[in-house]
Ligand binder design. Structure first.
Ligand SMILES: [Zn+2]
Length: 482
């Protein structure tokens, strides 16, 4: 196998397509992932693997795919096979099944990227359009130019959307191959309340009839998100779970939370006048309905990305704390709201995300060290594992710090498996940040400092207090006082 692995990694050599001149081949993407990561030092046990976008669809014949899957698994990394409906559906099924059947034979988890099966319920057809007072049809095209239709005129599309997922599920069941993880990245489709969404709803007679208080943003938003949950449940989650009741099924950005969203997706502009935001320095946090609960998902998929606009929201001279603070607010809300037993598999991205064509040079990249600290705090606040998304030009710089931290955390597997998070606090000023998992009288603690503060931090745990000393770049195991 050694020679096979050497061959796999050697493919990474001619990859450097910075500037985006040349697309990388799947072989090159996976070779880079393997080259930038090391086999695990501490066993993963029953813990979930690390998911990485560049390891989708391992290519090659059976022997090559097997070598790839084994090399990835030695690093704790899972490969996903993609389902593509449409005109190449039979070939897509054949390719995906080849990888999945191999995973089953090797005793690995079968992981599926079902994203393509979730597009597009808004197919741009007349029958899905909003209708104005004159009965004239129109679309909301304010989100990346997509023709978003009327949420209350999409129900006739459910059967066709379901079939896109059901086709693959039926074929897998017939072959006795059971997916254990199925994810999607369904975002710019279906009801969206941002950008021109509210304007469109107020102009539409069908929306107005379906949402009596359409002029109240929160009422409107709840109604739109209710339909959004229904679509995800009816056309995706329930279809997978009907065939594979034990599968983990989820979608990008859908997770339990505390009612607020601390980030903006790349296609979302500032909230409309009339949307009650919560201001924090210059950060307008948005109200967010409880969409997850109506979807029927079996895992949570928060998003912790370094969105470009975050840095400018705050005034602190510590550049890293601007990122760290916003991302920890989001991560903590998701970790705190997840009910016990619900896996939290979080999309992460470190390199400044979705910058404009000419970024302001004042906006500093989040440092790798602080990013790794953030990952530690997430693991100590209820996140189970991560899903790396990145463009292919960033694979090396993204996978290295992520895999290093995730793999190092396995040393404390007992705490990760059975420990309880003890705090979700996020300091309003740069200073020491503490997270911990409690297992009986012991605590696995991470303390990260953004100032020169030397004194211990008093951490309250169940009526007791423990002093947490400064400890750069490492975890501490502390014992609660008798
Ligand atoms: Zn409408």
């Amino acid at each position: 196998m050694r020679s096979c692995l050497t061959t796999l990694i050697a493919v990474a050599a001619p990859t450097l397509c910075l500037g985006g001149a040349k697309r990388m081949t799947p072989e090159e993407r996976i070779a880079l992932v393997l080259r930038e990561t090391q086999p695990l030092k501490f066993p993963r046990g029953e813990r979930l693997p690390l998911y990485v976008w560049p390891a989708l669809d391992p290519p090659g014949d059976e022997a090559q795919a097997e070598a790839t899957l084994k090399a990835l698994d030695a690093r704790g990394i899972a490969a996903c096979a993609s389902w593509h409906p449409g005109k190449n559906q039979p070939q897509s099924l054949e390719r995906a099944l080849r990888v999945s059947a191999l995973q089953k034979r090797l005793g690995l988890q079968v992981n599926i990227n079902a994203n393509a099966c979730t597009y597009s319920i808004c197919d741009g057809s007349e029958a899905t359009a909003h209708l104005d007072a004159d009965g004239k049809s129109f679309f909301d095209t304010s989100s990346e130019g997509r023709k978003l239709g009327c949420p209350f005129r999409l129900q006739h599309r459910y059967a066709a959307m379901k079939e896109q997922v059901d086709f693959f599920c039926r074929a897998y069941r017939e072959k006795g191959v059971e997916p254990s993880f199925v994810f999607a990245d369904w975002e710019i489709d279906g009801p969206i309340e941002w950008n021109g969404g509210w304007d469109a709803a107020r102009r539409c007679t069908v929306c107005r009839k379906s949402i009596p208080k359409v002029g109240d943003f929160l009422e409107f938003q709840r109604a739109y998100r209710r339909v959004r949950s229904e679509i995800q449940r009816e056309c995706y989650a329930s279809v997978v779970l009907k065939h594979f009741p034990k599968a983990l099924v989820g979608n990008y950005g859908v997770y339990p939370h505390g009612g607020w969203r601390y980030w903006y997706d790349y296609f979302e502009t500032d909230p409309p006048e009339g949307c009650p935001v919560k201001m924090d320095q210059r950060a307008p946090y948005r109200p967010w309905p409880h969409e997850f609960e109506g979807c029927g998902y079996t895992f949570a998929m928060p998003v912790v990305y370094t969105w470009y606009r975050i840095w400018s929201w705050y005034d602190w001279p510590q550049d890293d704390y601007r990122w760290f603070y916003a991302l920890l607010l989001e991560a903590s809300a998701a970790g705190q709201a997840a009910p016990a037993g619900l896996p939290v598999i979080t999309f992460v991205h470190h390199t400044t995300t979705s910058p404009p064509k000419e970024p302001d040079p004042a906006v500093k990249q989040f440092s790798s060290d602080a990013y790794q600290e953030l990952l530690w705090h997430m693991l100590l606040r209820g996140h189970d594992t991560f899903f790396l998304w990145c463009p292919e030009t960033e694979i090396a710089q993204e996978i290295r710090p992520l895999h290093e931290t995730w793999a190092a955390a396995l040393e404390f597997r007992e705490f990760l498996d059975k420990g309880e998070p003890v705090t979700f606090g996020v300091p309003k000023q740069p200073g020491p940040v503490v997270s911990a998992l409690r297992l009986g009288p012991r605590l696995l603690v991470r303390r990260t400092d953004f100032t020169d503060a030397r004194e211990p931090v008093a951490l309250a745990v169940g009526g007791k207090t423990v002093a947490v000393p400064r400890a750069e770049g490492k975890c501490q195991v502390l014992t609660l006082p008798e």
